[in-house]
Each structure stands twice: as structure tokens, then as C-alpha cells.
Design a protein around this ligand. Structure first.
Ligand SMILES: [Zn+2]
Length: 350
């Protein structure tokens, strides 16, 4: 039998669940605002208000970067870091929908700032001088994991492991030929920087589903804004999973010392596991949201159809089609299903 105290607690818990359920189902609509003539401060207010309303996780990345001091005492060694760039400078659009799109890039870039700045702040807290070591503070959405870099090889060295069909959209930017970025020079640690930044940025993109539900007109054009935002980013999950696993595959045979250092780095493996699990789940959440949007549009009398290249929405035979990158995503996930990757993934996530 339920005692009274337990029954009271149960009812309170039930009410909390019900109300939080209602809160999730009924997010606030964003008030219409003309952003075309706003100055920098006006834009900053709109940017912060959009993030606060729909993507508090994304806002937290910006806030923590802004709060991080530029001069830090790391165990008696003074570390000076450059002032944090103003995220508003990454907002290029002058329409509200355009700003929502820009915010994915803003959060992506600020996640890179976070990885560097918060790593230094954590070293200061631990009273550890960075010396000549490189550190990364990977943000998983729930926690921040400080990782010290071990020996690496240059990422482009593994390019022979990729047949043409697997050289998808981001391959030339991050693997080969690539520029002199962290993803090249910091090897797998730089690749995880990118994987993490794409994850947190894409998460903000999906967070804005509520904005499109509540604040737009429910037209195919409105939904294409949301779908385009997500379609540009979701399949980076499969790309970077493959880059990181191939980095290890190559290291195992060509640089055993690099391989041993990475596999022995518990903090790195922890960060990889959380980013990888979180991003994989996010992609599935996006696919579920996309199916709901299609159902909603069909109920409103639109025809919706999708193949591996295009998503088409229309009425009376007149369709608008947009790229959905399913061809790349499917090629990458088919490759990743092979035992050589699955075994490595299991070992890495132990
Ligand atoms: Zn990046």
C-alpha cells in the first residue's frame, strides 16, 4: 500500500512531469522583429534571445567563453590568451531565419573557442602549467572533459584508406588535401575538436525545431529552411566517425606508438564515446523530426517525396527539391558497418 508521504511525492512528480511535458510541447513563439536595420548591439540581443529561448545549451557555450578570463594562473605560470572573438561578428544575415541559420556556425566556432579557453581555465583550476603540452576541453553537452594530447601523425597521411566513394563533402577540407588546421596538425585530437564542434552546432540546429514549429507559417518554404540547416550538418557525424576510426586503423599498422598513446588515453576515449554517442542519437532524432514534418505537410495537402539525393515538397505537380545528402550518409554508414570499424569502435568505447 502507498503511504501518504510517498503518494504526495508521487503526485508532485507526476505534476512536474505533466507540466514539463506541456512546456516542451508548447514552446514560446518568437516575437516578430525586423532585424534588417539592427546595429551590432541589437543583433546581439536578438542572437542571445533566440539562443536563450530555443538552444540554452548553445548559449552556455557562448557564455562560458565570454566569462573565461584572458590571463590565467596555471600553477604559478601566467598564461595569456587572446580575447574571445565577438560571436556577433559571425552573424552575417539580416533576416530572422538567416540569423537562425547563422547560429549553427556561431555555436560551431564558439565550441572551438571553448575547447581551447576552457582547457586553460581547467588547468588553472588544477594548478597545472601547460608547459609545451597541448590540451583540449571537449564539451559533450553534459560535461567538459579535459584531454592531454599524445603523439600524433599528420591526418592527410591516412588518405589512401579512402576510396573515391568515401571522399564525401568534408574530406578535402579536413583530410586531404586540407589546410593547415588543427584537424591536420593535431591528428585525431584535432579531428575530435571538429567532430565535437559539428555535434554541438548541429544540436543547436535541431534545438531550433521549436522555432519553426511555433514562429513560422508551416509552409514548405519554412520547413525547407529547417531541413536545409540540418541537411548540411547531420552527416558530418558519419564522416568524422570514419575519419577518427581510419586515423586509428592507419596508426595501428604505421605508427604503433601513436596508436598506443591514443588507446591508452582514458580521457580521450571518454570524450570520444560521449561525443560519438550523442551525435549518433542526434541524427536519429533528426530523422524522427523529419518524418513528423513530412506527416504534417501531407496532412496539409502537400506531396512529399524523398530519394537518396533530393527531398521534394509540392502540390498539383509543382515541386521544390533540395539536396538531402542521404547518398553520402548511406555510403558512409554502410562502410562503418563493416567489422573492421565496429571492432575498433567497441575497443575505443570500452
Ligand atoms: Zn570547425
Amino acid at each position: 500500500m502507498m503511504n501518504n508521504a510517498f503518494a504526495r511525492q508521487f503526485i508532485i512528480l507526476l505534476l512536474v512531469c505533466l507540466f514539463s511535458g506541456i512546456a516542451r510541447a508548447e514552446p514560446p513563439a518568437f516575437p516578430p522583429v525586423d532585424v534588417s536595420r539592427l546595429d551590432r548591439n541589437g543583433l546581439r540581443t536578438v542572437m542571445n534571445e533566440l539562443l536563450r529561448t530555443y538552444s540554452p545549451g548553445g548559449k552556455q557555450v557562448l557564455d562560458r567563453c565570454a566569462q573565461c578570463p584572458c590571463t590565467l594562473d596555471c600553477g604559478g605560470v601566467t598564461v595569456t590568451i587572446t580575447p574571445c572573438p565577438d560571436p556577433v561578428s559571425l552573424v552575417k544575415s539580416r533576416t530572422l531565419d538567416g540569423i537562425v541559420t547563422d547560429l549553427i556556425t556561431v555555436v560551431h566556432e564558439m565550441t572551438h573557442e571553448y575547447q581551447y579557453r576552457i582547457a586553460m581555465a581547467m588547468l588553472a583550476e588544477q594548478k597545472t602549467p601547460p608547459k609545451n603540452d597541448r590540451y583540449h576541453a571537449y564539451y559533450t553537452g553534459a560535461e567538459t572533459i579535459l584531454v592531454k594530447q599524445t603523439a600524433v601523425y599528420r591526418t592527410s597521411e591516412m588518405q589512401g584508406l579512402f576510396p573515391a566513394a568515401l571522399r564525401t563533402e568534408r574530406f578535402p577540407v579536413y583530410v586531404f588535401p586540407a589546410r593547415e588546421t588543427g584537424a591536420q596538425l593535431d591528428g585525431i585530437y584535432g579531428l575530435l575538436d571538429e567532430y565535437d564542434a559539428y555535434y554541438i552546432g548541429t544540436k543547436t540546429g535541431l534545438d531550433f525545431l521549436d522555432y519553426y514549429r511555433t514562429s513560422r507559417q508551416d509552409t514548405p518554404e519554412d520547413w525547407f529552411h529547417f531541413l536545409d540547416n540540418m541537411n548540411r550538418y547531420y552527416f558530418a557525424q558519419a564522416e568524422f566517425r570514419l575519419y577518427l576510426l581510419n586515423y586509428l586503423r592507419y596508426a595501428k599498422t604505421q605508427h604503433p606508438d601513436v596508436y598506443a598513446g591514443i588507446m591508452g588515453n582514458t580521457a580521450f576515449r571518454h570524450a570520444f564515446r560521449d561525443v560519438d554517442d550523442g551525435y549518433a542519437k542526434l541524427v536519429q532524432d533528426y530523422f524522427a523530426a523529419k518524418a513528423q514534418i513530412f506527416t504534417r505537410l501531407r496532412a496539409a495537402g502537400y506531396d512529399v517525396d524523398e530519394d537518396d539525393e533530393f527531398t521534394r515538397i509540392g502540390k498539383d505537380g509543382a515541386f521544390t527539391g533540395r539536396s538531402n545528402f542521404l547518398k553520402s550518409y548511406k555510403a558512409l554508414t554502410a562502410e562503418l558497418a563493416k567489422p573492421v570499424y565496429q571492432d575498433l569502435l567497441t575497443e575505443l568505447k570500452k
